[in-house]
Design a protein around this ligand. Sequence first.
Ligand SMILES: NC(=O)c1ccc[n+]([C@@H]2O[C@H](COP(=O)([O-])OP(=O)(O)OC[C@H]3O[C@@H](n4cnc5c(N)ncnc54)[C@H](OP(=O)(O)O)[C@@H]3O)[C@@H](O)[C@H]2O)c1
Length: 274
Amino acid sequence: MRRVVQTADSGAPEVAEARPLEGKVALVTGGAKRVGRAIALKLAQAGMDVAITYRSSAADAAEAVRAVEALGRRALAIRVDHAKPGSDALVKRRFLAEFSRLDALVNNASGFAPTPFAKLTPAQLRRAFDENMAVNALGPLMLIHQFAPLLAANHRKDDPKSTGRIVNFVDIHVLGQPLRGYVAYNASKAALLQITMTLAMELAPKITVNALAPGVVAWAADYTPAQREAYLKRVPLGRAGTPQDAAAAALFLVRDADYCTGQVIQLDGGRLWT
Ligand SMILES: NC(=O)c1ccc[n+]([C@@H]2O[C@H](COP(=O)([O-])OP(=O)(O)OC[C@H]3O[C@@H](n4cnc5c(N)ncnc54)[C@H](OP(=O)(O)O)[C@@H]3O)[C@@H](O)[C@H]2O)c1
């Protein structure tokens, strides 16, 4: 991909190559299906070797590995429950058995369970809160902690764009329109948003940390046709997003967004503003 850029000193346009990703390595959590799979394939198409994690979708994970390998890239699937203490160390151990570098970490794995506040007992509410936090906030935080040294190792003083890249998946619902019935999920994604912004400061200048905030980019299985229609009425671009839309945005943050950190990109067809 070529970009025309204006140089500050001469004012003359010059053609700059996008940073090549060949030989680089990505780790995509929850990469067996849906959005995570699309990201894994998009990064592989762009030249990266890809490790994915999965929890229960073993057959899909094996298929995703084959799809990455069919693109001529190396692939690895790591089975893990990101909610469990020690899971971050397990992922790192398995990852390092196969790869010696990491250029991009995409925290995509997520739980999305409702918490009908008024109906839950205190014990149920506490459990739901802990579960959402464990997968959606603490899991990514601990993985970042494990992999930050490896991501930072890419950085060279003579090339300030050579940053490791972290992409966290949050949700447009934490940017101003909370999703009713999902207080624990909303809280966990809001925590991940703060993790993104805080670590953008703490890990600079060696690593960039950004977030993607989808509206709908893959329908939840239990969404009825009526619910889909009602949702789409409020989307200015008039359609739902796709996993490929999310993958394209992830590729942008991994490959092209050299001067972005602590940024959140809405992937919602404009819905947040309606
Ligand atoms: N879909 C949307 O429209 C939408 C909207 C807003 C935000 N997002 C965010 O975008 C990202 C991708 O969305 P999605 O709909 O593709 O996600 P998803 O299907 O809900 O979940 C992705 C994967 O996360 C994995 N996962 C869940 N809990 C796990 C755990 N404890 N340990 C390890 N893996 C676990 C699952 O792996 P297994 O299948 O192997 O169990 C699942 O396939 C998520 O972060 C989501 O919150 C999506």
